[in-house]
Design a protein around this ligand. Sequence first.
Ligand code: CS2
Ligand code: MG
Length: 404
Amino acid sequence: MKIVDAKVIVTCPGRNFVTLKVTTDSGLTGIGDATLNGRELAVASYLRDHIAPLLIGRDAHRISDTWQYLYKGAYWRRGPVTMTAIAAVDVALWDLKGKAAGLPVHQLLGGRARDRVMVYGHAGGETIDDTLDDVRRFVDAGYRAVRVQCGVPGLPSTYGVGHGGPGPYEPAEAGAAPTESVWSTTKYLDVVPRLFAAVRERFGPELELLHDVHHRLTPMEAARLGESLLPYRPFWIEDPTPAENQGAFGLLRSHTTAPIAVGEVLTSIWDCQDLITNQWIDFIRTTVVHAGGITHLKRIFDLADLYQVRSGSHGATDLSPVSMAAALHVDVAISNFGIQEYMPHTAETDDVFPHTWWFSDGYLHPSEEPGLGVEIDETLAERFEYRPAYLPVNRLEDGTLHSW
Ligand code: CS2
Ligand code: MG
């Protein structure tokens, strides 16, 4: 099954997506998501200018060899641009292999280990009451797990709270430069326990509650947050402190038993090896689109399984329906599945990426069609031109640049 074409498609149905489409001499096509929010064109060029020419003539069935060829062959290893580009190729080749075999990808990964994939949604609001109203929306839709975020009194805006009203939270904003937000750890640490208390009061003990700190605390501030939330049984506290310093999680772990999730910005097994093998975390959030594709994500989850760390893959709207399709095949096949993040895309996006994975009653279900079960409508995609967009930057009240 020889590769005869590898095409990069950039489209913007409300937000930018980069997709790789690989075509074989038998006429089969496979696709992979290559979207890196705020740096999309870097990956598009990496694929178009450096990888696509190398794929022509290669045997599409040799997924592992191609992965190693692109990883070791680059010399410059790891990093979000490289690993997202490799991921797009890897996922497209798994799509092709499934189509050639007439099997959904999860059947190539060992078949189902579960019937369905539990997901969590994003509830948010400017005030605690607004967030409670939004949580109600998810509970009524059948969700068993909800991430809760709310505005911080005294701050004009904060992470995880949309620009007015419910609906997909899309942090990247179109423009020639990032918008700037202001942060105060003191004000933040005061409001989150009140938010959790209010949600437990209103919705009771069953609902799984998650929270995303988004890299903003020191390990000891995160420990204080963990201890303050324990009475409300958090399912996880996500990205409590920046993960470049993996050892910080050892310090955090020694001060709180609150469940910890990290990994959406980690792009290789080596970047989370210490976190996993020291059991400093409970969930690893690496994703199929940014951590080297299905091949590498499976390696990470298999390592995590040895240390009782469960999966909890990132699934925000800047990961395309192609990513979600691939993620669900992995989610349903691994033994240490934890939970899958799910932010429904806009109707426009779903039109560009028609798919047969589906949601019902708080769970997602992977496609049973051969391959991934998702395609790209190139004619429609062409109507949505790329537009520059950036994730915000974040400053402390004194102007110091902080983690966003
Ligand atoms: C967040 C994301 O979904 C999450 O857990 O961390 O919204 C993240 O901010 C975006 O995916 C960044 O592009
Ligand atoms: Mg996050």
